[in-house]
Design a protein around this ligand. Structure first.
Ligand code: 5GP
Length: 190
């Protein structure tokens, strides 16, 4: 997606070879016009599948999924929670996720009320790196007996393991920008 790639080139900051900072338009301040275009592009790419629900993980995935959902007939968006809370139902699906950006393991939790057997679920997230977040959400979908229809990613760092792991599992991944390398603080697309 050219618009997104240009935005990454103008506003993205490479901290080191592993992490791209895009908090000027995606992870802290949000460019709503760009997010709208991202939502439309996800719909274009997944126009061949039925989607009952979009699943993402808090917090950066929420804005992306909510804007995109409007192009998928306003299907509900469910976001996996990372924090235990008294507001969370006792009946939940849980999965362990390793975050390499935070260098720690955490749990994602989804109430059993919000993903049901047989539902067709599309996963969305801001980044695909080593695949931990996507694999955790896939685990939740499997526990629920729902059906994964695909994974929509805004920025894939193709040089990390995630895309290969998902491909090996036969998961359909649509990434709007694919980064081949961040070496020498230079962003190179695939
Ligand atoms: P994974 O679970 O695939 O290893 O990493 C995906 C998650 O880690 C995303 O939800 C995202 O929040 C975070 N993440 C991974 N790589 C980056 C990165 O380069 N920049 C930012 N801003 N977040 C990242």
């Amino acid at each position: 997606m050219e618009l997104l790639k240009n935005k990454i080139l103008t506003d993205g900051i490479v901290n080191d070879e592993e992490v791209l900072k895009v908090d000027n338009f995606l992870n802290h301040q949000i460019d709503v016009t760009l997010l709208n275009e991202i939502g439309k592009e996800f719909k274009r790419r997944f126009s061949d599948v039925k989607v009952d629900k979009i699943l993402t993980v808090e917090s950066s995935g929420i804005a992306i999924a909510v804007i995109a959902a409007q192009y998928f007939d306003n299907v509900p968006v469910v976001f996996a929670k990372k924090q235990e809370s008294r507001n969370l139902d006792p009946e939940i699906y849980k999965s362990k996720v390793y975050s390499f950006t935070k260098n720690k393991e955490y749990e994602i939790m989804v109430s059993k009320r919000y993903i049901s057997k047989g539902e067709k679920v599309l996963i969305m997230d801001d980044f695909l790196a080593k695949g931990g977040a996507a694999l955790g959400m896939i685990d939740v979908i499997e526990q629920a007996g729902a059906e994964l229809v695909g994974v929509g990613i805004v920025i894939e760092k193709s040089y990390q393991d995630g895309s290969a792991i998902l491909e090996e599992k036969g998961v359909r991944v649509e990434s709007l920008a694919r980064i081949e390398s961040l070496k020498d603080k230079t962003i190179r697309f695939k």
